[in-house]
Design a protein around this ligand. Sequence first.
Ligand SMILES: NC(=O)c1ccc[n+]([C@@H]2O[C@H](COP(=O)([O-])OP(=O)(O)OC[C@H]3O[C@@H](n4cnc5c(N)ncnc54)[C@H](OP(=O)(O)O)[C@@H]3O)[C@@H](O)[C@H]2O)c1
Length: 382
Amino acid sequence: MPQTIAKASDAIEEWSDTDHRMMARALALAAKGTGQVSPGPLVGCVIMTSEGEVIGEGFYVYEEVKHAETLALEQAGGRGRGATAYVSLEPHAHFGKTPPCTDALIGAGIKRVVAPIEDPNPKVSGRGFEHLRSAGLEVSSGLMACEAKKVNEKYFHFMKTGRPFVHLKLATSLDGKIATRTGDSRWITGKESRARAHELRHEYDVILIGAGTALADNPLLTDRSGKPRRRPLVRVVLDERLQTDPDSQLVRTANEGSVLVFAGETVETGTVEALQSRGVEIVNDSYKGRDLQTVLEELGKRSFQSVLVEGGATVAGNLIDAGLVDKVTFFLAPVIIGGRDAPSAIGGQGAERLIDALELVDVEIVQRGRDIEVTGYPAKTG
Ligand SMILES: NC(=O)c1ccc[n+]([C@@H]2O[C@H](COP(=O)([O-])OP(=O)(O)OC[C@H]3O[C@@H](n4cnc5c(N)ncnc54)[C@H](OP(=O)(O)O)[C@@H]3O)[C@@H](O)[C@H]2O)c1
């Protein structure tokens, strides 16, 4: 059943079932680059002849240098003339790491390009579509735009703000506790949720925790999804008083994957040196006070597109109070920990009135073994 949607230009575009299927395929291909493209975007491409035959497919991974469109055109051989290219993001028209993909599409004789959205990168935005149109190609945009934006939600956020996309992930009991009153927190959730947590780590450039969690849990914070990634997960600890244990798992493995500790300005030189000598980077000069926005800006300057925050309650609460959380996932286990002194998931100030509580939208709920995974996006206020 063809579907019509209005584009920003008010023109009415009609999409066929084939268009939908091909774009869904291009988006699935794009997602195959997960963990391998940052700080670039995920891009997938399908080339289809006018007879409906798929003759080329490709997806972008940073180290391959070639873009999705080029890979798909190569696979198509010389058969691209008159074909349609379905690309999950606007093709670029400038010389960057690679020559313009728009040139490759034009040169191959592609007749029609379907791409859901403009690339937010100012070097690309709108220019790719313009170049293709001026060369006489038919360009259609808008198809599955929401899905395309979601696939690249980290890239879009990073391009818009210069700060990484922040995803808060916590595991709680049914009564919202993240540990018992004695600090026992492993494991609240089952093995299915924990395997899923590693898949989440695979999607992110940085994993961030507070000093309280580093001390209580002595975590390793590595991506053990088994999937390929371009660069190791960077491990960050917010540690105002520099309490990180030089014998902790994090510090002992600092030479295998970066560990960054954001500390206050008045920490002991001896502790700084002990950690630095083991490969830990201490950030405390550009970082004034406990300002989380500055932490994120510093990570953005290092081209980290995304951060997964794994607690604890203080860091989670402070980030939420500061309005710096972009996505939230809770794994809820069907256990009740109880106890007034057992910590609940979110510290900080919290809401004064129910109307001020953080509401999540676009909520997705998935069963993981005996647990429930709830994911959503903070509703925009104001
Ligand atoms: N179930 C789960 O998903 C889960 C996940 C993580 C942790 N946990 C549990 O949660 C508990 C730890 O939570 P928590 O609230 O005590 O600790 P936390 O949030 O991990 O760490 C808090 C500490 O981090 C430092 N910090 C926070 N914000 C900072 C900033 N902007 N700049 C510099 N330093 C900053 C502060 O150190 P100072 O106050 O010393 O200055 C603060 O006390 C543990 O029991 C752990 O097992 C559970």
